[in-house]
Design a protein. Structure first.
Length: 371
C-alpha cells in the first residue's frame, strides 16, 4: 500500500473512531450536483498519476485524484480518447478521474457510445471500515453477481473512496462532420428517430430553438467513407469543422448561451426520457435543449415547478433531476434534487450503501437524500 492510500485509510479510521462524517472531494467541480454535500472534506488529489497504460490493449489504469485533463492529454498523444466525453465543469483541469466516475456524467456522445459505467473495467476502493478492496480487472469479463466497479459510476462517494480505476479507451474516430437542419423540436425528434433506424454513423445531436422553429445539429463520426456517404444522404448544412468542434465542447461543459438563464430564479433541470418520447407538455417552461437523440432534455424553470416537470417526465417513461440551482434558490427548500426511486430500487441502493459503509461515515445524503 503506497503512502497516499495509507493516508486515506488512516483518515477514514480516525474519522470512524471519532464518528466524524466525511465527504469525498477531488477538484470540487461538481459540488453543485446532488443534494448539498455534508461532512468534512476528504481530499483525494494526492492519489494522482497514471499507473498503467497499454494503448495496444485499449486500457488505462489511473489513480482517482489525477486531473481529467491530464488523462485525456495522455490518451490524445496515442490517438485515443474517452468516447463518452465526460464534462469539464469549473476551472479547466480541476476535475479529477475519481470525480468523473463518482458523478457518472457523460457528454454529447453518450446515446451512441455508452455511459461512464460501460467503460469501467475495474477499481480499487477504500470502504467505510478503512479496508482497501479491489474489483474487476483490466479486461472485460462476464461474471455472476454485482459488477461493483461499475456500480461506483454515479455513486457520488456513498460507497467509499475510489483510489484507482481501470478504463477502456477507444481510438479517435478517423472522420467527423457536423450537419445543421432548420426544424421544430417535433420534427427534430421525428428525424432522429427515423435516422436511428438506419446504418448511419450517428454520434451526437443537439436541438435548440423555440416551439415552432430551431436548429438541429447532428454529429457524424466513423470511417471517412461512411461519414461522407451519410453527409450526401442526409443533406443539411455542413458546418465548419473548427467551429463545430468548439460548439460540441461548449455543449459538453454547459457553456453554450442557452445555459445562461435569463431569469436568476430559474434552475437547470435534466429530464431523461426514452429517445422516442414526443415533445413534453410543459407549457410553463420555455423550449428545451435536446440532446442524446431525444433522450436528454434540459429545461430552465424555477425549482418550485418540480411537480409538473417530474409528472411530465414520468408520463413519458422517464424522470427529472434538479441539476443545478440558480444563485437565488430560496424556493428550492424541501425539493429533492433526484427524482424518487421505486421502492425495490431504493432498497437495493440502501443495502449497497450499508454493506460498504455500515457506520454511515461517508456522505450518503448527497445521493439518497435525508430519507
Amino acid at each position: 500500500m503506497d503512502n497516499a492510500v495509507q493516508q486515506i485509510v488512516e483518515r477514514i479510521r480516525a474519522a470512524a473512531a471519532d464518528a466524524t462524517p466525511l465527504r469525498i472531494r477531488g477538484g470540487g467541480t461538481k459540488d453543485f450536483y446532488g443534494e448539498p454535500p455534508r461532512g468534512e472534506p476528504l481530499d483525494t488529489t494526492a492519489l494522482a498519476g497514471i499507473t498503467s497504460y497499454e494503448p495496444s490493449e485499449l486500457v488505462v489504469t489511473v489513480r482517482a485524484g489525477t486531473p481529467l485533463a491530464e488523462l485525456e492529454a495522455a490518451l490524445a498523444e496515442k490517438g485515443q480518447c474517452l468516447p463518452f466525453e465526460p464534462p469539464h465543469f469549473g476551472t479547466h483541469g480541476a476535475g479529477t478521474v475519481g470525480g468523473m466516475v463518482a458523478a457518472g456524467l457523460a457528454g454529447p456522445a453518450r446515446a451512441s457510445v455508452g455511459s461512464v459505467r460501460d467503460y469501467v473495467l475495474g477499481a480499487t476502493l477504500v470502504n467505510g471500515r478503512g479496508e482497501v478492496l479491489g474489483f474487476g480487472g483490466q479486461v472485460m469479463k462476464n461474471v455472476a453477481g454485482y459488477d461493483v466497479s461499475r456500480v461506483l459510476a454515479g455513486s457520488l462517494g456513498a460507497l467509499g473512496v475510489i483510489a484507482e480505476v481501470s478504463l477502456k479507451v477507444l481510438p479517435v474516430a478517423p472522420a467527423e462532420a457536423t450537419l445543421a437542419f432548420a426544424c421544430s423540436q417535433a420534427d427534430a425528434l421525428r428525424l432522429l428517430n427515423e435516422w436511428g433506424g438506419r446504418p448511419l454513423p450517428l454520434n451526437a445531436s443537439c436541438w435548440t430553438g423555440h416551439a415552432g422553429e430551431g436548429v438541429l445539429y447532428l454529429r457524424l463520426r466513423g470511417a471517412a467513407a461512411a461519414v461522407e456517404a451519410a453527409c450526401a444522404h442526409l443533406g443539411g448544412e455542413r458546418q465548419d469543422a473548427a467551429a463545430a468542434a468548439a460548439r460540441w465542447l461548449s455543449l459538453r461543459d454547459q457553456r453554450l448561451p442557452w445555459f445562461d438563464a435569463a431569469d436568476a430564479r430559474e434552475a437547470l433541470w435534466r429530464v431523461s426520457v426514452p429517445q422516442t418520447a414526443p415533445v413534453l407538455a410543459l407549457d410553463d417552461c420555455g423550449a428545451p435543449l435536446v440532446e442524446w437523440h431525444g433522450a436528454q432534455r434540459w429545461y430552465k424553470a424555477p425549482a418550485a415547478q418540480a411537480a409538473s416537470l417530474r409528472a411530465a417526465a414520468r408520463a413519458a417513461g422517464g424522470h427529472a433531476t434538479l441539476f443545478r440551482l440558480p444563485p437565488s434558490a430560496a424556493d428550492a427548500d424541501g425539493i429533492a434534487r433526484f427524482d424518487a426511486l421505486s421502492a425495490p430500487v431504493a432498497r437495493i441502493h440502501q443495502a449497497l450503501v450499508r454493506e460498504f459503509d455500515p457506520h454511515g461515515l461517508f456522505d450518503r445524503t448527497r445521493l439518497l437524500g435525508a430519507g
